[in-house]
Write a protein that binds this ligand. Structure first.
Ligand SMILES: [Zn+2]
Length: 324
């Protein structure tokens, strides 16, 4: 079982991220030098690995915006996409090429819906650059609403919120991540939902077992024989055997004392459930994150028509009954 661990910045109490111990171990520069702030709940203070390490922000391998145009049979622009999608239509004979610059095709069949017709944001070509600093290298996708919340959004919102996925360079992304973590902590406090989720059980037997095993391993020689026997008895009770090996002690010391119960609920899931009881609350939640990003990062290269107040569901989707 993966116990979430809060990782704090080396020289402060700033939460860098919350991840499973296993995940955290891969990201922390030198896990052996990480300092335990508390074991229940698990909190460590450490320096995290540089940008190239596994699981840290990684730059995209391909360009996010292909800026290729797709026209309907009437010749109106329906949507923009990348070259692969254009090739897909062409190779199946579903479209014909109109021009090369920008790459444009026209569909030979009547599509089901209007695509992004009439939507200035989607039909404006976008530059592949960091929206904050304009860098054209080391770009990565940025979810304006952090993924830990966004993944619990209803499909109708997720499907059409490509507006809330922006390009950032890795450096700006990591800088914003710290700001976002601060807001997450604030939400955790306001809603009473810790970042590590709710529904944890602290197993007192294991806590005691770990404590005694740890003492035996670290201070074996310094412990008076009578006390040593008492400590060993805790392990004997647990393992139901008399002879306790070094390996038994090591295993007991490494055990997890925090266990997820049946009621365990993730921070993001619970917050989204609370706020999405009404459409307007979910929308204001999204707008709050957009505003936070604008205020903290002051992006100078946002795509044209990007709008903090854009509704999270298109009018026509709201009307077709899919929004419950
Ligand atoms: Zn940047």
């Amino acid at each position: 079982m993966n116990t979430p661990v809060l990782v704090l910045a080396k020289d402060s109490n700033k939460v860098l991220f919350c991840a499973s111990l296993h995940h955290a171990a891969r990201m922390v520069e030198d896990f052996r030098q990480a300092e335990w702030v508390s074991k229940t709940p698990p909190i460590i203070r450490a320096r995290i690995v540089g940008l190239t390490a596994q699981n840290m922000t990684r730059p995209l391998k391909t360009r996010l915006y292909g800026n290729c145009h797709v026209l309907n049979p009437e010749g109106e622009v329906m949507f923009h996409c990348n070259q692969d999608k254009i090739n897909w239509y062409l190779s199946r004979g579903l479209a014909e090429k109109v021009k090369d610059d920008p790459p444009t095709i026209q569909l030979k069949f009547q599509p089901n819906g209007p695509g992004h017709m009439g939507d200035d944001y989607y039909l404006t070509s976008k530059r592949n650059e960091c929206v904050v600093c304009g860098s054209k290298v080391q770009l990565t996708r940025h979810h304006v609403v952090p993924w830990c919340y966004r993944k619990y959004f209803p499909a109708i919102v997720k499907d059409h919120s490509y507006h809330d996925i922006l390009l950032l360079c890795v450096a700006c992304h990591d800088k914003y991540e710290e700001e976002a973590n601060r807001l997450k902590e604030k939400l955790a406090f306001e809603y009473g939902i810790p970042l590590m989720g709710t529904g944890w059980h602290h197993d007192k037997t294991i806590i005691k077992l770990k404590k005694h095993a740890h003492a035996l391993r670290k201070h074996w020689k310094g412990i008076p024989p009578a006390r040593r026997e008492e400590l060993l008895d805790t392990l004997r009770d647990f393992y139901k055997k008399h002879d306790i090996t070094e390996e038994d002690m090591e295993r007991a010391d490494a055990m997890e004392s925090m266990i997820q119960t049946e009621d365990f609920a993730r921070h993001g899931e619970t917050i989204v459930a609370k706020i999405s009881e009404t459409y307007l609350d979910l929308e204001s939640f999204v707008k709050m994150w957009r505003g936070h990003f604008l205020e903290t990062m002051d992006p100078q290269f946002l795509p044209e028509h990007w709008n903090q107040d854009r509704p999270i569901v298109r009018e026509r989707d709201k009307n077709d009954g899919r929004w419950a």
